[in-house]
Design a protein around this ligand. Structure first.
Ligand SMILES: Nc1ncnc2c1ncn2[C@@H]1O[C@H](COP(=O)(O)OP(=O)(O)OP(=O)(O)O)[C@@H](O)[C@H]1O
Ligand SMILES: [Mg+2]
Length: 244
């Protein structure tokens, strides 16, 4: 692949006391790619996302975006360098309506939007994520998938180059899942680069250009979805020794 490397992670290490959650992780993400970050429960996926987004500090290693070293910068500086995220457990502001939730994101842009400009931009974003009709609904009254859409909208309000989705498709019913997959594909078509932590195999196969697989903090595979999902070491990591 000849496209530009957008994000590069090298030698990334994070320990919690005696537990090594992330061990010498390294991978590149090219502009325009969707990279799946896979691995069994507790393998360190969310911790990698937290290290990239600045929610946690790395003990060692480097995170570089567009050639700029952002390792261990405060989260707001990392967000201004073009990285936005959603959380494994949805976080919206339940008492505020959808417009206000998006406006809260717009206020965190490098060049914040306020007032009428923010209102107009929020409406446009709500339309883009399929929530135009719920503009005045309090976030706490939305269905689960709509709360997820809203959280995604708030991340998009930051105009990221790189979007980090942590199990954004988890917990959806089959028809919601198809809608969710279509929305992620639309973002890719708009040029966004995405790292998605995901367990839903249909979503991984239909969306990911490449997958990085972790086990016990370490990268064990990096390749196309077909390559990694048929890799004996990956199968062993997910199912245990008896299945490989
Ligand atoms: N803040 C923390 N303090 C202590 N240990 C932590 C902390 N965050 C994560 N861990 C531990 O680090 C390891 C990796 O956790 P992490 O949440 O990154 O896994 P994960 O791959 O996202 O798992 P899941 O698929 O269940 O979401 C786990 O053993 C977890 O208990
Ligand atoms: Mg996780």
């Amino acid at each position: 692949m000849t496209t530009e490397v957008l994000l590069s992670i090298s030698g990334l290490h994070k320990a919690f006391g005696g537990l090594i959650a992330v061990n010498q992780m390294q991978f590149d993400v090219h502009a325009g790619e969707i990279v799946g970050l896979l691995g069994p429960n507790g393998s360190g996926k969310t911790t990698v996302m937290n290290l990239i987004s600045g929610a946690l500090q790395a003990n060692e290693g480097k995170v570089v975006i567009s050639g700029k070293d952002i390792t261990n910068l405060p989260a707001h500086k990392i967000s201004h360098s073009g990285i936005a995220r959603t959380f494994q457990l949805v976080r919206v502001l339940p008492d505020l309506d959808c417009i206000e939730n998006i406006e809260a994101g717009l206020a965190y842009r490098t060049k914040p939007l306020w007032g009428d400009a923010a209102h107009a931009a929020a409406l446009e974003l709500l339309d883009r994520i399929g929530l135009a009709k719920q503009a005045h609904t309090p976030a706490g009254d939305l269905t689960y998938i709509d709360q997820k859409r809203l959280e995604l909208g708030r991340a998009l309000a930051l105009q990221p180059k790189l979007l980090l989705l942590d199990e954004w498709l988890a917990g959806l019913n089959p028809s919601e899942l198809q809608d969710g997959i279509a929305l992620v594909r639309q973002l890719k078509d708009e040029g966004l680069t995405i790292i998605m932590v995901e367990h839903v195999m249909d979503a991984i196969r239909s969306l990911c250009d490449r997958c990085v697989v972790m086990n016990a903090g370490t990268k064990i595979a990096d390749g196309t979805p077909d390559e990694v999902l048929s890799d004996p070491e990956v199968i062993r990591a997910y199912l245990g020794d008896s299945h490989a």
